[in-house]
Ligand binder design. Sequence first.
Ligand code: ARG
Length: 427
Amino acid sequence: MTSETVVLAYSGGLDTSVAVPWLRETHGHEVVTLTVDVGGGVDAGAVQRRALAGGARSAIVVDARAAFVADYIWPALQAGSLYQGQYPLATALARPLIARLLVDAAHETGAGLVAHGCTGKGNDQVRFDVAVAALDPSLRVIAPMRVGMGMTRDEELAYARTRGIDVPSGPSSPFSIDANLWGRSIEAGVLEDPWTAPPAEAFEWTIDPAAAPREAREVTIGFEDGVPVSLDGEALDGVTLVERLNREAGAHGIGRIDHVEDRLIGIKSREIYEAPAAVVLHAAHAALEQLTLSRELLAYKRSVGDRLATLAYDGLWFSELGVALRAFVTHTQRFVSGEVRLRFAAGAAAVTGRRSPHSLYDIGLATYDRGDSFDHASAVGFIAIWGLPVRTQAAARGDGSDGARSLLDELGADRATATPEPVGVTR
Ligand code: ARG
């Protein structure tokens, strides 16, 4: 039979290392592996050696960290996207990028197939399959771990051993872990009981907040058009800025998230996240928007950010709605420039200051001190009209409270009455 080429998203771990010979032997495919560094740490030499040992025709490794930050992380930050209000979407955001690179590699190598190592129970299979379909509907996607391979860990180890592939065979991690620049996702093992507190060994990027240094650390983050561009006045590229914040905020115990989340396929699952940079940057970005955007825009934009979070989570990053909503968000960011100061202490990042050349904060209007420029008398007319519907309603139907009894009586008010002293009359 003529062998068809398949591009496999390859992590270098046990599952995908077994998938390389399995795809060749079972389906007669020519295998090209693609390993994408999105900040999880990739040993390119080792990964390529292992892929070729498994019989891959070629092994591509690409450092996509800068593209990940610019095209996926920053748009999600600008949108304020947190899935179910908690999860900064690290894993979810990397999937459409990896899918893009898979599609590019398929075009480059003349492959009609792409493959990934996801199982049939999670979100990631949906994200890969749908993103590939959005970019090139003529490509077929296969997932050996979902259907076909069906090996236990011991069977996989034996399979690799008989083919001379050196796979990491140490004690398997008690958790399932996925990590990239925007965060580390940890699930399974003892974490499957949502009542069980995450054990210390689940964490790698953050120290226990209870053991955080006593001295607080102040950081100032500079933004331009909603994008972080500097740390403590030093201009930094996105990758360096995120990496540095992960280290520094993690050292103060910032960024732990314990989430029982709703997977797209209808299962509730307990996941722990470590996302120090994401937590800090979302707090800082929100503070700067609160200074520079109107109340109406803030409220509307929040619903857009929520919708974009769900779209990213659900694998619909490349949908028309996703593209259109991101264009809206970009437009809202042209005044979100300035600086935010935060204090890292005891596991939390607290905003302590913000400033912007586009600030909507007017000290003359806000002050209770000298220099007050607000026209107090004009409040009377404003309130008369603002409260008009409520006044009309009360006049027509009663006072709007639910009981006929006085609240004073209900609360058993203790009344004391004094006889007024006669007041002397002065002339
Ligand atoms: N629940 C997260 C998501 O769907 C992370 C999934 C990967 N997590 C893992 N521990 N392997 O985006």
